[in-house]
Structure formats: C-alpha cells, structure tokens
Design a protein around this ligand. Structure first.
Ligand code: SN0
Length: 316
C-alpha cells in the first residue's frame, strides 16, 4: 500500500482486520520495521485519539514521530496555483510539502472539511496536494470527506464483538449543537459496504449523505424501525450534505436512549468520540455494559499500526 487516504486502499478489509487482531496480541512484534524512519503528523484541527494512537502505533513499529499543530503554529498555506500571495497566506503548499518530505519518510494529515464550499471539500485539496507535491506516502487522519483510520478501527471492533455471521448494523444520525463534517459517517458507510451485514442508515429527511458514497445502502427514516433487531448501533452527527454544512434539525427525539436500545437485539453502542453526553446519547446508554466506545478507541492504535506497517513494507 502506497498511501492510505480511503478505506478501499487496504485492498482486502477482512485480511487487514485479521492482521490487526494478530498485531493486538503482541503490538511490539514488528518493533524494528520502522527503525530509522520518521513520520510527521500534521494537524490542522483538534485531536485526542488520532494524535495519541497514531503516535503510539508508529512507536510500536520503531519509528520516530514528529508532531506539528499546523493549524495554530504553521504558516497559513496557499493551495491555489498562480495566486498573487499578497494577503494572509504566507507559504505555498508546493514548497511546504517538499520541505516536509525532506524531514520524514511518511506524512499523516488531519484537515477537516470547510463545510462552506462543497466542491472544494469534495476535491480534497489538502490531502491531494500533499500527495502531489510531497512524493512520500500520505495517511489520512480525517480529511474533508473521510476518516478511514476510524473506519478500520470500527471494523476491528465489530469483528471482536459480533456474535452473528451477518449482524444487523445501524448507522444513526443524532443531534448536535455544531455543524459537523461527513467524514466519519462516509468512511463508516464505505467500510460497511465491504462487510457481510444487514446495514441500515437512519436520519431525518434532509440529512442524506453524499449519494455517490451511500450508493444503494438502505436508508430508513424511522429511527425506531431501523433499531429493531440491531446488533450494533453506530451513532454520529453530521450536518446536511444537500444544504451543505447547515444544521436543519436539532430534534432531541433523535438522541439515543435506553428505550430505543430496548428495541434492538441487545445491541452494542458505538461512537467515534468525542461525544456530547445527553445530546447525542444519554448517560445511561453510554455508561451501560453495551457501550463499547472505550474498546473502540483502543483499536485506533491497531488500525493505525496495520496501516503504517503496510506502507513501510511496501517501501522496504
Ligand atoms: C469531529 C467530526 O468529524 O465530527 C471529529 C470526530 C473524530 N468531531 C467534532 O468536531 C466534535 C466537536 C464537538 O464540539 O463536539
């Protein structure tokens, strides 16, 4: 694998999940693979799990890690070609990417969606510019349209907790006070399309995700109906895709409650975190035994580690 910017870059999801589970049993089994190699983690946005787990994963492989909060500490970057740079932006991506690539062997980037310009977000300017100009492997730590490290961790977690051969998995929208990106939901959908499962997406009307991503996945607008017999309830807020980046609904009736969880087949509750308690989900549900959010976050390390391992092996 050269880059990891989309879940499909893995080639074979099931195999990657199996390998990650093996790695988890002995995380230091490849501790010399990355010896003498450096990875730069560049953050244009906040992070907790992604930053710490990717750092941990790289260290488990013997790599040197350089972290930079680009959003607050880097020069503001220009991505457009041929611009007269006499405004706020200090440095062009052409120089920045080439310079960064001299200091590290891999670069991992977090750059959220703007949620103001749909076409620009769709074009994945930040990730694609690094791919174009840095000439080294690029890892997506949540871009404008995807969060494939999260989706791989979700697949690992479902693999560990599933009891049915073909589980019912529900991706449910829930309310949130802020307009949030589509990245986590998009990658979860793309990952589910590679799995044997009865997969249902539920959200209020107007919150349809990009149809180029959902394709023929089932959409059920009645949340309670969607929850019937579910084995996994994966919850995430996102803003409108159609009315791009807008909040159409903060209806608390979409919050995940114990009453709704009772409709399921004793489903596991999942969320990528950070989560707003008593907005997205009640304390009772997230504190229940069926909540596997902490185990899910733990798998972020093995998700990142298998991805870095595949890239290192490709470039050996
Ligand atoms: C991000 C998102 O894409 O939804 C990151 C998730 C991994 N989440 C948020 O920005 C939540 C922020 C908040 O204030 O609740």
């Amino acid at each position: 694998m050269k880059h990891y910017t989309n879940i499909n870059d893995l080639g074979n999801l099931q195999k990657a999940v199996q390998e990650a589970m093996e790695l988890k049993k002995n995380p230091l089994q490849h501790k010399t693979l990355g010896e003498g190699k450096s990875i730069c983690l560049l953050f244009f946005n906040n992070s907790l799990r992604t930053r710490l787990s990717t750092q941990k994963a790289a260290q488990n492989l013997g790599m040197n890690v350089i972290v930079m909060n680009f959003g607050s500490e880097g020069w503001e970057l220009e991505f457009e070609d041929g611009v007269v740079m006499n405004q706020n932006k200090s440095e062009h991506i052409k120089e920045a990417a080439k310079v960064i690539a001299q200091y590290c062997d891999l670069v991992a980037i977090r750059a959220f969606a703007s949620l103001t310009d749909k076409e620009k977000d769709k074009a994945e300017m930040v990730i694609n510019s690094f791919k174009k100009y840095a000439g080294i492997p690029v890892v997506n730590m949540e871009s404008a349209t995807g969060h494939p490290l999260q989706a791989l961790a979700d697949a690992i977690t479902m693999g560990e907790f599933k009891t049915a051969h073909k589980p019912k998995v529900v991706l449910s929208w829930a309310p949130h006070p802020k307009a949030l990106p589509h990245a986590v939901a998009n990658s979860f959908v793309e990952m589910m399309q590679l799995q044997k499962a009865d997969f249902v997406i539920t959200h209020p009307e107007g919150y349809e995700l990009n149809p180029e991503i959902t394709k023929n996945s089932t959409i059920e607008y009645d949340q309670k109906k969607a929850f019937e017999n579910a084995d996994f309830v994966y919850v995430k807020n996102w803003s409108s895709f159609k009315d791009y980046g807008k909040i159409m609904n903060t209806d608390s009736s979409w919050m995940i409650t114990s009453e709704k969880m009772k409709l399921t087949n004793n489903a596991k509750f999942m969320h990528c975190l950070p989560v707003r308690r008593n907005v997205i989900v009640t304390d009772e549900v997230i504190d229940s035994e069926n909540s596997i959010v902490i185990q899910q976050a733990n798998n972020r390390t093995y998700s990142a580690q298998i991805v870095l391992k595949k890239i290192l092996e490709h470039h050996e």
